[in-house]
Design a protein around this ligand. Sequence first.
Ligand SMILES: Cc1cc2nc3c(=O)[nH]c(=O)nc-3n(C[C@H](O)[C@H](O)[C@H](O)COP(=O)(O)O)c2cc1C
Length: 207
Amino acid sequence: MALSAIEVNQLKQAPAVEGVLPVVLGRWSPRAFAPREVSSADLKKLFEAARWAASSFNEQPWRFLAGRRGSSAYKKIFDSLVERNQAWAGSAPVLILGVAKSTFSHSGSPNRVALYDLGAAAALLCLQATALGLSAHQMAGFDPGAARAAFGIPENFIAGAVIALGYQGEPSTLPDEQFIAAEIAPRTRRPWNESFLSAWDEPLDLG
Ligand SMILES: Cc1cc2nc3c(=O)[nH]c(=O)nc-3n(C[C@H](O)[C@H](O)[C@H](O)COP(=O)(O)O)c2cc1C
């Protein structure tokens, strides 16, 4: 039986744990997007959330190249995606490419946590999207060289990931059965004690 967007959103929610932020539990990565624009006011809120991420030396190494469908920025980002991502990401009304400056501005020395900081900013952006009823889907499946050439990204910046953004759509609009199956599959995570440790081979015991 085909599931509706609302039903899918329900089954993608992480199990509620008291005290955990609802946006953390409710964020997930759809591939089906609705044909509905994202307002500039909401885009500004997402970028505001990203802007306030912590970063090493407050370098704020992130830059976000963004475009709405029909714009030249959108086309440049879309064209850089691998085919399997192009198959669904074109339904997202906004595409965003996250880029990190790999050198510190104050010293010129390498910033080995630049991508870490970009990821933190992207995570805040995605959580803010959830808070606004929007959905974001991050992608590593793109050609950083193509993006660099298309946008003229300087050598000391490194492309991190592309984010497809919009309102969650109906799974039935996806281009093939494999995408539909992934869209309606429950979300999974490793058990807690495999990620949080007190020694390399020892789970952290919090009682
Ligand atoms: C850095 C990064 C790269 C990703 N790359 C892709 C990608 O190229 N294509 C894709 O369909 N999903 C991609 N994803 C989405 C992940 O598959 C997804 O986040 C993961 O399966 C967990 O699902 P959830 O976000 O719904 O919790 C990526 C996610 C991240 C954070």
